[in-house]
Write a protein that binds this ligand. Structure first.
Ligand code: G3I
Length: 337
């Protein structure tokens, strides 16, 4: 009776959760250990927090997360080594404040990856090496970030090569969001095929899965997973949550007349959507090897504050008291094949 997600899904895939250092003691620590067998640092391993100055690393928070995983024998997913957000400004500038050359930037990327992936070598089962480089604009392919402006596509290839050298046993992933939307899926396929064809050391794709009760459709999700599998890539679901508002709308602050109560109707839609996507994951258990939720419970979710505070969301399987919601029972009570 005292089973958690990880037990119900033992013969399918790892069940993980994004954590903050303060989650790893007391009530939440016990809860994490009951439900999950994988953890990801929500922010602590990103370049800005972990490498605030060129010659200074801040290891405490990331160390505490890796140590927790080691101590309790659960997996740790590394997130992430190269991103356009949460990158410290110094990374792109020389001592005079001028933009650095491609050569300097790639050397800094190498130093960073060797330091971080090297420190946790053998303790991380998968790294999100490169995060979110595909443009959201359907007329453009890759995001015009500073990484791209300075290095072109080479930083993507190099990041994977450095990561493989730094920790040869970690599986290396490309990670992105909205990957089931047809436009973006085509671009994801194009990028992944390019890397695979060029024999870049990449093992898998992270589908972030910041979804809503309205999307993706079952067909879109199946298609995305199958296209990635056709390239020989593993799939991790890396940041799963299910907004009870449409994505575009919930990005805005709560407006006059709008509610932010979890109504029975919204909850029912969420139950159905969770049930649907987990069936698709189970149907692809040879490809989908890890599923991570982005935050522990509806008590705290990044969606409450992004991009502005104001509208309570309920995207997870546990309520604010860490109690399983109806969607939880729907997800764990399935017929095994
Ligand atoms: O820690 C500082 C604090 O010192 C400061 O006073 C405060 C004021 O803004 O900011 C705090 O940092 C915030 C940090 O979260 C920790 O709470 C940042 O502002 C805030 O931007 C940051 O947000 C994170 C976001 O990534 C950054 O873009 C979210 O927690 C995190 O959930 C989110 O995660 C991303 C994944 O890494 C990649 N995929 C999308 C996903 C959701 O955006």
């Amino acid at each position: 009776v005292d089973k958690g997600l990880k037990d119900y899904y033992k013969s399918y895939f790892k069940m993980g959760v994004a954590v903050r250092p303060q989650d790893l003691s007391g009530e939440t620590a016990a809860f994490i250990l009951k439900q999950y067998n994988s953890i990801t640092a929500e922010n602590a391993m990103k370049m800005g927090p972990i490498h605030p100055e060129e010659n200074r690393y801040f290891w405490r928070d990331a160390d505490s997360i890796v140590n927790f995983g080691q101590r309790h024998g659960i997996g740790v997913r590394g997130h992430n080594l190269c991103w356009h957000e949460q990158t410290p400004a110094w990374m792109f500038k020389d001592a005079d404040g001028k933009q650095v050359s491609k050569e300097v930037l790639l050397q800094r990327l190498k130093d960073h990856i060797f330091a971080v992936a090297g420190r946790y070598k053998g303790k991380i089962y998968a790294w999100d090496v490169v995060n979110e480089v595909i443009d959201d604009d359907s007329t453009k392919f890759l995001r015009n970030s500073l990484w791209y402006q300075i290095c072109g596509e080479d930083f993507i290839v190099k990041a994977f090569e450095y990561a493989r050298q730094a920790d040869p046993n970690a599986k290396l992933f490309y990670n992105d969001y909205n990957t089931e939307r047809p436009d973006k899926m085509e671009k994801l396929y194009r990028l992944m095929k390019k890397l695979v064809d060029a024999k870049v050391p990449i093992d898998g794709v992270g589908l972030q899965a910041h979804w809503s009760i309205y999307e993706p459709s079952e067909a879109e999700l199946r298609n995305t997973i199958e296209k990635m599998a056709s390239l020989g890539l593993e799939v991790h679901i890396t940041e799963l949550d299910m907004s009870v508002y449409p994505w575009e709308k919930e990005r805005r602050q709560k407006r006059a007349g709008e509610s932010d109560i979890l109504t029975a109707d919204l909850e029912q839609k969420q139950i159905e959507q969770y049930s649907k996507v987990f069936k698709v994951f189970r149907d692809h258990k040879k490809v989908v090897t890890s599923v991570t939720f982005w935050n522990i419970s509806d008590r705290y979710t990044w969606l409450d504050t992004y991009p502005v505070p104001g509208r309570k969301n309920y995207p997870l399987l546990f309520d604010a008291n860490l109690q399983p919601k109806k969607a939880y029972w729907e997800v764990v009570n399935f017929k095994k094949k």
